[in-house]
Design a protein around this ligand. Sequence first.
Ligand SMILES: *[C@@H]1O[C@H](CO)[C@@H](O)[C@H](O)[C@H]1NC(C)=O
Ligand SMILES: *[C@@H]1O[C@H](CO)[C@@H](O)[C@H](O)[C@H]1NC(C)=O
Length: 473
Amino acid sequence: MHTIALLTALVSAASATKLGFNYGSTFTTGAAKMQSDFEAEFATAANLKGTKGWTSARLYTMVQGGTASDPISAIPAAIKTKTSLLLGLWASAGDAAFANEILALKAAIEKYGDDLAGLVDGISIGSEDLYRNSPQGIAAGSNPGVDPDVLVKYIKQVKGVISGTALDGALLGHVDTWTGWDNSSSSIVVDALDWIGMDAYPYFQDTMPNAIGQSKSLFQAALGKTQAAARGKAVWITETGHPVSGKESGDSVASVENAEKFWKTVGCPMFGNINVWWYTLRDAAPDTPNPSFGIIGSELTTTPLFDLSCDDVEVEPSSSSTSATSPVASGKPTSTKPAVANGSATATTDKTESKSTTPAGDGQDASSSSASLEKSASLVSPLVSILTSTGVASATGSGSDSPSGSPSSGSGVDSGSNPSSGPGSESSATGAASTSPTPSSTAAALPDSSAGGLEMGLVGATFVAIIAAVIFL
Ligand SMILES: *[C@@H]1O[C@H](CO)[C@@H](O)[C@H](O)[C@H]1NC(C)=O
Ligand SMILES: *[C@@H]1O[C@H](CO)[C@@H](O)[C@H](O)[C@H]1NC(C)=O
């Protein structure tokens, strides 16, 4: 008898997940994007052939290009085009620059109030700042970033600013590479947040086997690591993607064909099940970077470079907890990231250079942590993400173990790098990733009664959570 309510809850919760792209604030010429530019990009995303629902936009900065602290014109563009927003405050350019981000946030609240509040999916304090201050980020020339304590200070500041305003209660998060999260020093940041944004790019993991066929398992391993670090908090995929052109990275080849494979194997199973901001719709323009991640190229068009439909994607039944684990456990994943420009307001470029990082392995016992990660990645995360996306709970962390292997989703492992550059450019991908299996795989994973009490307990917990969701909805 509860079946219908249950299904209804699942369906509506699933449709409440976000699909979007990352949007920089400037062009490669250094010119700031204006409201009309953002409107054109948002409209293009919403009308992309073969897709539906790509109506969220992740921003890196609150500040309009060319100004000190005016709110970014992506906001009125989003209001006009009914695009939801994952707002971002650039945190790696020092306290004075962060103060300008805060001023722009305050000004945006004052100017757009409830119109803005109705569109906010979340607010990210920072983007890959931890990665930038890690040995890999430093070796890659990406720093300066900021340390965990500074992020915590900034997060508290934002919490104070939105308190009592139209944005009170907005979900606060931070976006970093999975390697940035997979570091015990980052736990104080996790503790201060509502959600964790993960950036993962198997393409950049050039120190391990990373041909396109490995992408899914690499992504899942990264997601598992991030979910373990998140300790039950929601993980959103804030950046992931595969380049349509550009240089090779390890075994990974940048091509339209491989970008399509990545979209179908890593992307499709997640879409609708977990919040995803893909990297990216239109790469930095007008100068095409190398590698280039834009699925439509550099010119705005609703005709993508490859087929974006997920209809013909086969859902893998169950799959691979072992294969997903092994990459991280055994190898030394290294990732390369494109250069990230400095947080300075003038940062305009994107990923031009890639740098490599060595994520896992660094001193940590990768195998044990990845094992637990794997588990949490499989079943719990989809539920957590579904529930959190409906605002019901981020607290499902409870069941951190999922019985059956991880479903299909691909989460990403990113090597910690990202294509992004300063606030201007679009790039850092984030992706919170809870991997979520596609609906059908979830179904397969859940009820498998052959499992033991743990599984049943999970099912029970899930049921309770769903009932709670029904009540909330
Ligand atoms: C872990 O995080 C701390 C603080 O951000 C940083 O100093 C350290 O280099 C990181 N370690 C690794 C291996 O990335
Ligand atoms: C970062 O910003 C500092 C200060 O503005 C500048 O000196 C430095 O060259 C920048 N680094 C990069 C990589 O752009």
